[in-house]
Design a protein. Structure first.
Length: 207
């Protein structure tokens, strides 16, 4: 089983890449942000650690995490935001490591895909066989965001300014998936990468 990580800046089209991969046989996809939300449900390890760190005042009357309350706390205090990140990100990573081990036993799964906003920064390179960077020129990303999500050019420029530059992603990725054309072109590029991964002459050993 191969493990690949998908990363890229906002508006690069990671969701479209995941959508295509999800339709391929033998592929399992894990989105770190979605997983983090699930692991912060009552009874889960991360939920218990967050409550221990921030107190029961962050809970709703029903006993679940009140994300609005927690958000107000951490976004007003850098140290508390760092504390939350130090609880959540390693917890998600531990879960994914275990899930990879468990999934290897399922012979029908041959590609395990991890998508995370901080894939490189959080050290997923040590887990993945390859990191794929979905790349789109900045101006094209802005145009797509304005079309799909609205807002202003200034808003998206600010969001992008807070993310690493292309050179950072490129230096820390194994493959660059260009997404500057049509959806069909993107799919063709992904298929070529899949064929390369699983061609008999280029098969990598499981780790």
């Amino acid at each position: 089983m191969q493990v690949i990580g998908i990363t890229g800046g906002i508006g690069s089209g990671k969701s479209e890449v995941l959508h295509f991969l999800s339709r391929q046989q033998g592929v399992k996809i894990v989105e770190a942000d979605r997983l983090a939300h699930r692991l912060m449900e009552p009874g889960e390890e991360i939920f218990l650690s967050v409550v221990e760190a921030f107190g029961k005042e962050i809970l709703s009357p029903e006993g679940s995490l009140d994300r609005e309350k927690l958000g107000r706390i951490v976004f007003q205090d850098t140290e508390k935001l760092e504390l939350l990140n130090h609880i959540v990100h390693p917890g998600v990573k531990r879960y994914i490591r275990k899930d990879i081990r468990d999934t290897r036993k399922e012979k029908e799964i041959r590609l395990y895909v991890i998508e995370a906003a901080l894939l490189i920064q959080d050290g997923y390179k040590e887990i993945c066989d390859e990191i794929w960077y979905v790349h789109v020129p900045v101006e094209q990303r802005i145009e797509r965001l304005l079309s799909s999500r609205g807002g202003t050019r200034e808003k998206w420029e600010q969001v992008m300014a807070a993310q690493p530059e292309d050179s950072y992603f490129q230096a820390n990725s194994d493959r660059i998936i260009e997404n500057d054309g049509s959806t069909e072109e993107l799919y063709d590029r992904i298929l070529r990468e899949l064929h390369r991964l699983f061609s008999p002459g280029d098969r990598r050993e499981n780790v």
